[in-house]
Design a protein around this ligand. Sequence first.
Ligand code: NAD
Length: 519
Amino acid sequence: MIRSATSPVLNLLKRQYSNVAPTTKLFIDGQFVDSKTTQWVDLHDPATNNLVTRVPQSTQTEMEAAVESNLKAYESWKNTSVLTRQQLMLKLQAVIRRDMKKIAANITLEQGKTLADADGDVIRGIQVVEHACAAGTLLQGESLQTISKDMDITSYKVPIGVTAGICPFNFPAMVPLWMFPMALIAGNTMLLKPSERDPGATMLLCELLNEVGCPPGVVNVIHGTHDAVNFICDHPEIKAISFVGGDRAGKHIYSRGAANGKRIQSNMGAKNHAIVLPDADKNAALDSLVGAAFGAAGQRCMALSVVILVGEARKWIPDLVAKAKQLKVNAGHEPGTDVGPVISPQAKEKILQLIEAGIKQGAKCPLDGRNVKVEKYPNGNFVGPTILTEVLPSHDCYTQEIFGPVLSVMTADTLDDAIAIINKNPYGNGTAIFTTSGNHARQFVHEVDAGQVGVNVPIPVPLPMFSFTGSRGSFRGDLHFYGKQGLNFYTETKTITSLWRKGAVPASSTPSVAMPVHN
Ligand code: NAD
């Protein structure tokens, strides 16, 4: 028996207990349940590498139970009124907004990004929920009266069934919110598999779904890695998969899921180029570049990781370096931090290797963040802002996605040459131009082959009334996330052709075996 608060035994127990991190639960049928697995993924705070939680590799039985629950919930959810779904989204957006700081704090703990950036992660997700509140308009079909004599055609957007979402680590709130609100308003249910590296935000969103009265099983959450992903790709009751993440997983999921007859949207890696013309507003352009290259420690799929300085703009490198040098590297929750840690020691190692490879292959490094020291957090995965110049298309630091705070600088003599560099790169997620010239901007917009284009806008992620339209190597599938395309992804179109003859139908007629043409 423990007798007093000062008991050495109690202190020992307390110490031991504090070393046992809680485990992340599954969310099945509206309940948070402990996994029975024997396999766990340890999740560490990227700023300290202290253990935060253990994430289960869900067992086959647990995953089956989750789909079963999704399937059961679908039978009634698909028949709920559009107004009911809309009202759920209205309530959900209010409670997410209320708990934004709590969700953001969890993102900073598990993912490492700064608190301000984590707020942005949640807000960009809330915007999709707000968009989903327009279900009544978004779900409208089409109709045409008197397409032929006494004949009308109407189309409905109908749900497709159980859908699944597989998420990356870098936007733990925004990406799940790209997925389930759009799936739900269309009448589907969804099985989510958040990143095993930071599932906390998804779990908080599930608490909120319960709070606002989302019926059990409409959203379920399993955890895991390859086995969980393959389970989703293979399960016959899962009709569509939304994936966001890297190339390897994205291509695998696209092929395996599509081979099983599923609809897939797969958002993958990127190499986003900016062009800076000498007629640009220099200060604004350089500030935008620094923010978009080093914000979130470069771990955004729309980060600007390459800049092409055209003509005289190549003289601006020292100013670019000076601005990047001002950024403060520290733990994401510390006030004034600009650049937090990267997600893991392995990610840091890969970033350092690509910087080194670039230098070995001939790039110069006027700003080197490899040995950055963050005194209070000596064990964190920190990489300081790094600028590589004289980068060539053949360098490894150019051909591979670095996904860290590294900006590669290239130069070109003309806008045509700069556009040609971008169009040769296999990725097509985003790009931006900085210029004060309308005709240069227009040429760029029309000739550059990337899906999301910014004109003096460094991170041109479209708001949810449009769609996230990454292209070429950054996307596989046909219908993009959110907006009208997102809704089409989560629905089938059912078309009804009706004939209601006015007046008496002729008593006798001759059957026609020719194809009806309804002229
Ligand atoms: P990741 O591909 O490692 O992981 C994404 C998901 O796939 C996770 O849930 C993970 O468990 C699973 N997974 C990982 N490897 C797998 C494999 N071999 N087989 C099956 N499943 C696997 O991606 P990440 O590191 O979490 O995220 C960063 C990547 O995501 C970057 O490449 C970034 O560009 C990309 N990303 C793209 C977008 C976009 O919209 N285009 C947005 C955010 C992130």
